[in-house]
Write a protein that binds this ligand. Structure first.
Ligand SMILES: C[S@@+](CC[C@H](N)C(=O)[O-])C[C@H]1O[C@@H](n2cnc3c(N)ncnc32)[C@H](O)[C@@H]1O
Length: 255
């Protein structure tokens, strides 16, 4: 990551902003991929695990989970939730472009556009190398990313999200700015957190630089590293190939 993001204030509201994201359904999808490709999985490495959205439910389903994230604020959220639910997840602070864990896993996952946060070509190569190094032979790497054909077709647009809770209201205004030469989008989040009791509000901004990728460049990097089979699917849909309307695309790579 080249710019500061997932700082304390944004990490504090992350789970609230994404409370409608169905992580259980996404874990079902991950499990469907395991069985579609016939991979027996007991251990999973979650690169960019964030607040543990996938790590925790997967641990509850019986997998041995290690989660890595660069943001201590996101990791603290994950640890707090895992402790409350008494799950045995292991969380490590580190950069997925260079972390070395002296262990190999049956599966490596990197969910919710973590790969799109790897902006430079070398960031992508290093992250895929991390995945490869930590996979057992026959292991599976699953990630999703912003799909270039859909980003260029649909174009990033201004978005407004409101979350209304008992004591608090959160408003997030998203202003994107695309750079078609670097294949990146600067996503500016303006966030208002309104305290209903005190009738006061906090305001902050975070800038997330996100890169959209094309299948050929992803395949080429994965193949150079040594992955044997590479498949693309629309996110949550294993029945067809992605098209220009599929903003989020999943990639499955086998070692
Ligand atoms: C959109 S969040 C996704 C979090 C989680 N996977 C989920 O599905 O909720 C992206 C996460 O990737 C992490 N991240 C991005 N680049 C990273 C890097 N180079 N090393 C470690 N973590 C990284 C961020 O800190 C953030 O927690």
């Amino acid at each position: 990551m080249s710019i500061t993001q997932f700082e304390q204030k944004y990490s504090e509201i992350y789970d609230l902003i994404y409370q409608d994201k169905d992580y259980e359904k996404e874990c079902d999808f991950i499990e469907r991929i395991f069985s579609k490709f016939g991979v027996t999985v007991s251990s999973i490495l979650d690169l960019g695990c964030g607040s543990g959205g996938h790590a925790i439910p997967l641990s509850q389903r019986g997998y041995s989970i290690t989660g890595v994230d660069i943001s201590t604020h996101m990791l603290n959220k994950a640890i707090e939730k895992a402790n409350k639910l008494k799950t045995g997840c292991r969380f490590l602070q580190g950069d997925i472009r260079k972390i070395q864990i002296n262990e190999t896993f049956n599966a490596v996952i990197s969910m919710f556009a973590v790969i799109s946060y790897q902006i430079e070509d070398q960031d992508l190569v290093s992250t895929f190398e991390t995945a490869y190094k930590h996979l057992k032979k026959g292991g599976i790497f699953i990630f999703d990313f912003w799909f270039g054909p859909a980003v260029l077709n649909e174009k990033p647009s201004l978005k407004f999200k409101e979350v209304n809770l008992d004591k608090m209201r959160i408003i997030r205004i998203t202003t994107p700015s695309i750079d078609i030469f670097s294949n990146t989008v600067d996503v500016n989040f303006k966030v208002f957190v309104i305290d209903k009791n005190r009738k006061s509000f906090d305001f902050f901004e975070e800038l997330h630089r996100v890169r959209y990728f094309f299948p050929r460049e992803i395949s080429s990097v994965l193949k150079n590293i040594g992955f044997s089979e590479i498949h693309f699917f629309p996110f949550l849909d294993l029945s067809r190939k992605p098209n220009e309307s599929d903003w989020n695309v999943s990639c499955v790579a086998l070692k």
